[in-house]
Design a protein around this ligand. Structure first.
Ligand SMILES: Cc1cc2nc3c(=O)[nH]c(=O)nc-3n(C[C@H](O)[C@H](O)[C@H](O)COP(=O)(O)OP(=O)(O)OC[C@H]3O[C@@H](n4cnc5c(N)ncnc54)[C@H](O)[C@@H]3O)c2cc1C
Length: 460
């Protein structure tokens, strides 16, 4: 009798778990996947996908307004939140079915239940059954932080609930300065809500280039979003169907909803990690090596639960690499450097590589090229929004080590710039490319004047 029931047990059918399970099964492994909620995980059910659908919905308002300058007469548009949410739910259900079918087609089996570790090879399912697995993959993702224990915290929503509100809040306060807070702020503002952002730091989007942070903030403020930095929400009190939020400076805001987007800790609680001997890293994620192997040789972990780079394509890449390494006979480490990323705010942000501050800290010589301009479409539309672009160049090698864009389609642009940056393209390579005219992206290959140049003295 074999000493294992399966070759691989995957805990969590999200972006990373589904990819790992499919590829491992295609390599011939006998795979079982345990999922406690819905197949597709955060990205499909309450993350990237529904978020992007809401982003699309929120941008029509500006399109209707801009159309007049181009000769269109549009009647007074009206918006129905319930229709949007119902259609979003249909699309999510379609995708969930597609993910489930893809797992089945690959030959992996799925059990809809919670799973926890008992030892390095045993997993207990909530159904009571235990499964012995040659390898275990933890792909349990992350969840919204609960936030501080302030009065009426139970009335505060996270991104999870924001996707399923029964009505559009007329006024919403969002606490948080990260990309999820920015995206929801712009979604609600685009749909007509009065939005206030409260963030304890000095400016939004910590970790992004400082010029990007300043530019996006000013663009969002132009759109009527109130951004309050250096403060926190200290209490929330119900006022009929609405709420009064009190801030750390004792000021108050009356709103219909309060949302916190304060980060996403890895889902490690109650997983049985101690029983199995799996160690955590300092940042609270499961500690893994470049092959996603944990401190226990038979147990691997991928995606948000490892708190490396918490993005869907990264979780997918890690899942694929795990399956190739363990079941495909092809050890595949994952490169977590220069990961392109986007914020689907309005305007969008696209970024890759070093910020100006990081480059100045790490490199002996740095050249900065930047530009800010009013995109062509704004002229007839009568808008005053501006696009910002910056290239960070290693002054010694001429390599483009960072690119930062704020403007329409920045996410699409940064995906392509990412190829050049990954290929170690130099500023001269960018300059050698003929511009595509008239586009906004042409600015990326036509920036000639250095905005800033810094050289550090060699260390004594
Ligand atoms: C609002 C929002 C917007 C986002 N937008 C983007 C974006 O635009 N681009 C991008 O790249 N990323 C985005 N992300 C991040 C992205 O969703 C995550 O990085 C990605 O989903 C991580 O994949 P994962 O496989 O690690 O975990 P998940 O996709 O979270 O999957 C984990 C799964 O494990 C299940 N699970 C947990 N514990 C157990 C257990 N004990 N037993 C059984 N099942 C369990 C969960 O139910 C879940 O289905 C967004 C996230 C949020 C919240």
């Amino acid at each position: 009798m074999p000493d294992h029931d399966v070759d691989l047990l995957v805990i969590g059918a999200g972006s990373g778990g589904v990819r790992a399970a499919r590829i491992a099964a295609q390599h011939g492994a006998n795979v079982l996947v345990a999922e406690e909620y819905r197949v597709g995980g955060t990205c499909v059910i309450r993350g990237c996908v529904p978020k992007k659908l809401l982003v699309y919905a929120s941008r029509f308002a500006a399109d209707f307004e801009d159309a007049a300058g181009y000769g269109w007469t549009v009647g007074k548009p009206t918006f129905d939140w319930a229709t949007l949410i119902a259609n979003k739910d249909l699309e999510i259900a379609r995708l969930e079915a597609a993910y489930t079918a893809a797992l089945e087609r690959a030959g992996a089996r799925l059990v809809k239940t919670r799973a926890v570790l008992e030892d390095p090879h045993t997993v207990r399912l909530a159904t009571g059954r235990t499964v012995r697995a040659r390898h275990i993959l933890i792909a349990t993702g992350s969840s919204p932080s609960n936030g501080p224990a302030i009065p009426a915290i139970d009335q505060v929503i996270s991104s999870n609930e924001a996707f399923d509100l029964t009505e559009l809040p007329r006024r919403i306060l969002i606490q948080g300065g990260g990309y999820i807070a920015m995206e929801f702020a712009n979604i609600f503002a685009g749909l007509g809500s009065k939005v206030t952002i409260v963030y304890r730091g000095e400016n939004i989007l910590r970790g992004f280039d400082d010029d990007v942070r300043a530019h996006l903030r000013s663009e969002m403020e132009k759109r009527g979003i109130t951004i309050v930095c250096g403060r926190t929400v200290t209490a929330v009190a119900r006022a009929g169907r609405a709420f009064t939020a009190t801030l750390s400076d004792k000021s108050t805001a009356d709103v219909d909803k309060v949302m916190f987007a304060l980060g996403r800790p890895p889902n490690v609680a109650g997983l049985g990690l101690e029983a199995a001997g799996v160690r955590l890293a300092k940042n609270g994620g499961i500690a893994v090596d470049e092959f996603s192997q944990t401190s226990v040789p038979s147990i691997y972990a991928i995606g948000d639960v490892t708190n490396r780079v918490n993005l869907t394509p990264v979780a997918i890449r890690e899942g694929h690499a795990f399956a190739d390494s363990v079941f495909g006979g092809r050890p595949t480490p994952v490169d977590h450097t220069e990961v392109p990323t986007a914020v689907f705010s309005d305007p969008e942000v696209g970024a890759i590589g070093l910020t100006e501050a990081q480059a100045c800290e790490r490199l002996a010589s740095v050249d900065i090229y930047k530009t800010s301009f009013r995109p062509m479409r704004e002229h007839l539309a009568g808008g005053d929004s501006r696009t910002f672009m910056k290239l960070v160049v290693d002054g010694k090698t001429d390599r483009v080590v960072g690119c930062h864009i704020v403007g329409p389609d920045a996410a699409e642009m940064i995906q392509l710039v990412g190829i050049a940056v990954k290929m170690k393209a130099t500023k001269a390579d960018f300059d050698a490319v003929m511009a595509v005219h008239p586009t906004a992206a042409e600015e990326l290959v036509t920036m000639r004047e250095k905005a800033f140049s810094a050289k550090r003295q060699a260390a004594e």
